[in-house]
Design a protein around this ligand. Structure first.
Ligand SMILES: Cc1cc2nc3c(=O)[nH]c(=O)nc-3n(C[C@H](O)[C@H](O)[C@H](O)COP(=O)(O)O)c2cc1C
Length: 367
């Protein structure tokens, strides 16, 4: 059956998304130094709201010492609620749902951005990247503190009026680090075989759900983003990912979100394997997992791309770069107009693109 791009998608918690297209999280690096909301952020997101069923606001730190970027947005303290409320309103007033991506950088944390603190992780194994700093192994009570930080940050964004959170279990941040056999070498209940390595993600999901129930918002949306594979050895392969997702499907998750640069991605570990990851996903998903909408990501720039990706099996699609170039991307597709593909001189002003983001978008600019 052909999926209607602009038809509603029901979530298990009783909420519905108005259509199948969502603005993907993109770090803009333009929050205030302490992580609070700037007018630039409000203008940028407000400008892009209305067409997509939901906007997923960029990765937002839940702990003052868990930042991965300069200019990162934070939900780590109550004084941020005021700005976050303005941000949620700018999105919701135009008719899109407001979601926000919560993360802790773990070993990807940079000391200079975290008051000189050594990064922390499941174990003291450095990330495989230039200039990586050896992280300190988290104590058990610190793991519990971080789970509580996810819960407290969820309450703050609920107070601010957000409709839900996306837990950032991708892009090598702390949630992924606990599942990865590369970064998690623990021998206590938080590590070990791959079932034990799912405990941190499960505990975070449960804590956010508890927050929603305690706050009186049981239909608060909880999404989960994952990176399908890691190149590290040992690392997460797609079979491990399906194990994780089938486990997490028993928890209150409203959608899962691939973190890929192409919706038609194949394995990056076995480059001779031509089977699409979405085909493997649909084949290996448990009955519970099949009940949860799956969001694809990467390389959607036209209505034809949307049609092909939905036909491949995704229920929802997230769109990042096309939303930078076309703040009104979803309405352009709805009206059968052709979206722009490149940025031109002066577009930062015209399209309300924050300055720090504009400076790293060279690859999208016309020559
Ligand atoms: C400037 C920029 C910032 C990004 N920041 C985030 C982020 O904060 N969280 C995240 O999960 N993905 C992030 N991504 C990845 C996007 O969400 C998306 O998956 C990727 O760009 C592929 O989609 P696209 O082809 O539609 O751009 C970022 C991408 C870009 C270009």
């Amino acid at each position: 059956m052909t999926k209607d791009i602009f038809g509603k998608v029901d979530l298990n918690n009783g909420q519905a998304l108005d259509n199948r297209l969502v603005m993907a999280p993109m770090t803009t690096q333009c929050a205030f130094h302490d992580g609070s909301v700037t007018d630039e952020l409000i203008n940028y997101y407000g400008r892009r709201a209305g067409g997509p069923a939901a906007i997923i606001v960029e990765s937002t730190f839940i702990d003052n010492y868990g930042r991965a970027f300069e200019g990162a947005l934070g939900a780590d303290s109550d004084d941020k609620i005021h700005g976050l409320t303005k941000l949620a309103s700018a999105i919701k007033d135009k008719g899109s749902k407001a979601l926000i991506q919560l993360y802790h950088a773990g070993r990807m944390g940079v000391p200079e951005l975290n008051m000189g603190r050594q990064p922390v992780s499941a174990s003291n194994i450095k990330a495989l990247r230039d200039n990586a700093v050896e992280p300190r192994t988290l104590e058990t009570d610190e793991i519990e503190d971080i789970i509580r930080d996810f819960k407290d940050s969820s309450i703050r964004v609920m107070k601010a009026g957000f409709d839900g959170v996306e837990l950032h279990g991708a892009n090598t941040y702390l949630l992924q680090q606990f599942f990865s056999p590369h970064s998690n070498r623990r021998e206590d209940e938080w590590g070990g075989d791959r079932l034990k390595r799912t405990l941190f993600a499960k505990s975070v999901i449960q804590a956010v759900k508890e927050a929603a129930v305690e706050f009186g918002k049981p239909d608060f949306i909880i999404g989960y983003r994952f990176s399908p594979e890691e190149l590290e050895e040992p690392g997460i392969n797609f079979d491990d990912t399906m194990f994780l997702l089938n486990e997490l499907a028993e928890y209150p998750i409203d959608y899962f979100h691939f973190s890929t640069n192409s919706w038609s991605r194949t394995s990056i570990i076995d480059t001779t394997d031509e089977e699409l990851l979405i085909d493997k996903y649909l084949r290996d998903a448990s009955d519970e997992l099949r009940k949860i909408p799956i969001m694809g990501a990467g390389g959607i720039f036209s209505k034809e791309d949307v049609r092909l990706a939905l036909a491949a099996g995704y229920d929802l699609l997230s769109i990042a770069k096309a939303h930078l170039v076309n703040p009104d991307f979803v309405n352009i597709l709805k009206n059968n107009r052709l979206p722009e593909t490149v940025l031109r001189e002066g577009d930062n002003e015209r399209l309300s693109i924050p300055h720090p983001l504009w400076n790293i978008l060279g690859f999208l600019k016309s020559k």
